[in-house]
Design a protein around this ligand. Structure first.
Ligand code: PLP
Length: 230
């Protein structure tokens, strides 16, 4: 545990131990679960402290905010994940500065990212965001449309489709959480059975990451449990 500016407390070790316990309870290798620290509304200094505590992956929702922090942290080797809604006028900067985009829900955005990814960079890793529980104004494609989008994205040269992502609303209890996450895992397994080679289930946030790990999450996106309330 590290004490940061404004007496904010970073709970890196606590969150890591919970990830470890959830993985072991599921009979999984804890190293198969990547912690992405969701640093929206956190300062560059807080991110630097988390990096000092060993966190390597950070998730941001808002482009301008993220770019300002990236510039201040350019001396660190961090992986940046774009996890927010992405409009077409923002794709160029995302293609240039991020390593992952988790929130792909239409082909036009994936195509722009592929066209705008610099040639000297590794392919941009993408996840398709799936709307498992219908909600107004929530991003994501419906489960029925995932396959068609996945088939189109794998044909793009400068991006690599890595897997699926979801942001379900809070569920009543752990069994209900697990049932939602199990549906994302099943969708991924179906795509792989059809020839896709996807290795990423981006699911689980502060309130439900243990359920997500129980259902196979390979990447959990955790903000408030690490940094405190935004
Ligand atoms: C904010 C956010 C998170 C982190 O949420 P917490 O509840 O703070 O852990 C994860 N994923 C997405 C897409 C987010 O927008």
């Amino acid at each position: 545990m590290l004490i940061g500016p404004q007496n904010s407390t970073l709970h890196v070790n606590y969150v890591r131990s919970r990830i470890l316990q959830a993985a072991e309870a599921a009979g999984r290798d804890p190293a198969s679960v990547t912690l992405v620290a969701v640093s929206k509304a956190q300062t560059a200094e807080s991110i630097r402290l988390a990096a000092t505590a060993g966190v390597t992956d950070f998730g941001e929702n808002y482009l301008q905010e993220a770019l300002a922090k990236m510039d201040r942290l350019a001396d660190l080797a961090l992986r940046w994940h774009f996890i927010g809604a992405l409009q077409s006028n923002k794709t160029r900067a995302v293609a240039q500065r991020f390593d992952w985009v988790h929130s792909i829900d239409r082909l036009s955005i994936a195509r722009r990212l592929s066209e705008q990814r610099p040639f000297h960079a590794a392919p941009l890793s993408l996840c398709i965001q799936v709307e498992l529980v219908p909600e107004p104004n929530k991003g994501g494609v419906s489960p029925a449309d995932v396959r068609q989008l996945a088939d189109a994205i794998v044909a793009l040269p400068r991006v690599q489709l890595r897997g699926l992502m979801c942001v379900p609303p809070p569920q009543a209890d752990a069994p209900a959480e697990r049932a939602v996450f199990a549906r994302l895992r099943t969708l991924l397994e179906e795509l792989n059975a059809d020839g896709h080679k996807l290795d990423t289930l981006s699911m689980g946030m502060s309130g439900d990451f243990e359920s997500a790990i129980a259902e196979g999450a390979t990447l959990v996106r955790i903000g408030t449990a690490l940094f405190g309330n935004r």
